[in-house]
Design a protein around this ligand. Structure first.
Ligand SMILES: [Zn+2]
Length: 227
């Protein structure tokens, strides 16, 4: 018995290659554009719920002069620490095991998603990091004690970190708003994404877990910043 392997004609192969290229046209064009312009790669990351603490909060929660130790270094140089706290909201609702993001700050801030706020019974205002006007407080519980905060629980406004080159490339300035396109089956366009300039920042979009889940970020097919 002889196997009869059918070799496709050259024309058919060309058609298949063209079809594949065509279906990837968007990706190919954006890659070529990035090469041409030496544009930074666009990275979109979900910023999971986390806490920033000052030293006196660290002392109260983890013991005098306690320090943060690194668990995971993040894309833009900050780190998730091994130390975790429990966040207690209203009616004793609690979210346990929330990581502290280092390094130590000179203020305390708790960044949660909208869903977290609903669960804790806290009405979370949308804020840029550091703006604690009219924000609710909560109780933080650590292994060595607890503290009561009167303010500082926020839902972080979606934002994009940019360095100087990125401001120039997108022709924007610190505080401007852009749109971030997330392509795919659950694709969305995020409006009102705040540009946050930092001299040493790499281009990175931060959205919260609600937003990341809504657009199925893990399976996104296309990422783009538009104005
Ligand atoms: Zn950020």
């Amino acid at each position: 018995m002889s196997a009869n392997l059918k070799i496709p004609e050259r024309q058919k192969i060309e058609q298949i290659v063209l079809r594949v290229l065509e279906s990837r046209q968007d990706q190919i064009i954006s890659l070529l554009k990035a090469v041409d312009t030496q544009q930074s790669p666009l990275v979109v990351n979900v910023s999971a719920r986390h806490v920033h603490l000052n030293q006196s909060a660290m002392d109260a929660l983890f013991g005098k002069n306690s320090q943060l130790t690194k668990y995971k270094v993040l894309y833009n140089g900050e780190f998730a620490s091994e130390q975790q706290v429990n966040i207690v909201g209203k009616r004793n609702r609690m979210i346990a095991g929330v990581r502290i993001l280092g390094p130590i700050r000179d203020y305390n801030q708790i960044e949660l998603s909208y869903s977290d706020g609903v669960y804790l019974g806290l009405d979370l205002p949308l804020k840029i990091s550091g703006d604690h006007e009219n924000t609710p407080g909560c109780t933080l519980v650590g292994p060595m004690g607890s503290i009561q905060l009167n303010a500082g629980v926020i839902r972080a406004r979606r934002h994009v970190h940019m360095g100087k080159k990125d401001l120039e490339f997108y022709d924007v300035k610190d505080g401007d708003h852009v749109k971030v396109v997330i392509g795919g089956e659950c694709g969305v366009i995020f409006d009102n994404v705040v540009v946050r300039y930092g001299a040493n920042m790499k281009l990175e979009v931060h959205i919260d877990t609600d937003e990341g889940n809504a657009c199925n970020l893990q399976n996104a097919e296309r990422l783009e910043i538009i104005k």
